[in-house]
Design a protein around this ligand. Structure first.
Ligand SMILES: [Zn+2]
Length: 378
């Protein structure tokens, strides 16, 4: 089956042009300029951007990946898909090893079905001093052997590990992760600049929500932020929700790392797509007020209620990114982090037909995943 989308403003890695594209058997087969050669579905001048790739998401629609419930996980993926996320990583939070293994095994089934792109362990190998919304009682020192056990529960679908580089055993565990094709990400960390670089030298390649849950920039103690921003091997995650970061810090990261090393994530929890109220993030009680999630005890920010369409819109409106750059930080760069950029993440011939149709106001008007409409634009 072939679908032609005509009268579109197509956002490609090379720029934005007026034109059309054809989708066949779930792939993009033609991208052209001007008028489409045959009949097509007119998008009336709306934008087509690549489907969003969210590499850090805990939940939404009232559901939470850490619960390890497959129906809940399907509900979360469906909510984020309506907001344009066509590739989604399921992020777990610190829990007991048994609970982690159980959730991982349940979610691995959904990775095999193609619903999820992988599983991310955010904890338990993180710093007590920087644990944010994670249960401090369940934190552990990293151990490559123990981590190998968790990997086995994931049957090859554990794709990312957030780890504090300064903990005993951390560097060996980063090496174990890298050797198994797991992306090691430095975060929830109290590391110095030097300890952070040692983590990168051991194989870490991502900064888990840069700035949040790590020591702030200091002119004599630059800490992890400066190390992660300046090292060309590292891609930095940003939670661009207007709550976690001051816009100046978002711009600073873009200016130093550039769109090729910056990814926008949601870090969304159960309340995404829902109203204010009481929720759980793993074992922790969270209160959501005016869309801001905070631990019921202590008030730490506890994930977000962000969706990727809002992150995209804010990148253009608040941070001043071009449409092409916004597509890069929400799709192409995160796809590259996952090693999937040859298959998806851009509106290019041969890529998976994962597309988001956006209005002039950058609201979602349609979403296509693997060539099928999730929401068909009218
Ligand atoms: Zn998180």
């Amino acid at each position: 089956m072939s679908i032609t989308l005509a009268d579109a403003r197509v956002v490609t890695p090379e720029g934005v042009h007026e034109g059309w594209l054809t989708v066949e058997d779930g792939r993009i087969t033609h991208v052209g300029r001007g008028t489409a050669p045959g009949p097509g579905h007119s998008l009336a001048g709306r934008y087509v951007v690549p489907g969003f790739v969210d590499i850090h998401c805990h939940g939404g629609a009232g559901g939470s990946f850490p619960n390890g419930d497959q129906d809940e996980a399907r509900r979360i993926a469906a909510l984020h898909a309506r907001h344009g996320t066509t590739t989604l990583m399921a992020s777990l939070v610190t829990a007991s090893l048994d609970d982690l293994a159980r959730a991982t095994s349940a979610l691995a089934d959904l990775c095999e079905d193609g619903l999820l792109a992988g599983i991310h362990f955010e904890g338990p190998y993180i710093s007590r001093a920087r644990c944010g919304a994670h249960d401090p009682a369940l934190l552990r020192d990293p151990s490559p052997g123990e981590f190998a056990g968790l990997l086995a529960a994931g049957r090859g679908h554990v794709r990312m590990l957030t780890i504090a580089a300064e903990l005993p055993g951390a560097l060996d565990t980063v090496r174990e992760a890298a050797a198994n094709g797991v992306i090691a990400a430095i975060g929830h960390s109290d590391a110095t600049y030097e300890q952070t670089l040692a983590g990168v030298d051991a194989g870490a390649r991502v900064a888990t929500h840069l700035y949040n849950a790590m020591p702030p920039l200091h002119h004599r103690k630059p800490g992890p932020i400066a190390a992660l921003l300046e090292d060309e091997r590292v891609t930095v995650e940003l939670i661009n929700d207007g709550v976690h970061l001051h816009p100046a810090m978002t711009r600073l990261a873009y200016d130093v790392a550039g769109p090729a090393r910056t990814v926008l994530i949601t870090d969304a929890m159960a309340a995404a797509g829902m109203g204010d109220g009481s929720y759980l993030l793993g074992p922790m009680k969270v209160e959501v007020t005016d869309g801001v999630a905070r631990l019921a005890e202590g008030g730490s920010i506890a994930g977000s209620t962000l969706t990727m369409d809002v992150a995209f819109r804010r990148a253009v409106r608040e941070a001043g990114l071009s449409m092409t750059e916004a597509a890069e930080v929400t799709a192409l760069t995160p796809a590259r982090v996952l090693g999937l950029d040859d298959r998806l993440g851009s509106v290019s011939v041969g890529r998976q037909a994962d597309l988001v149709v956006l209005t002039d106001d950058l609201e979602v008007a349609g979403v296509m995943r693997h060539g099928s409409w999730i929401t068909e634009p009218r």
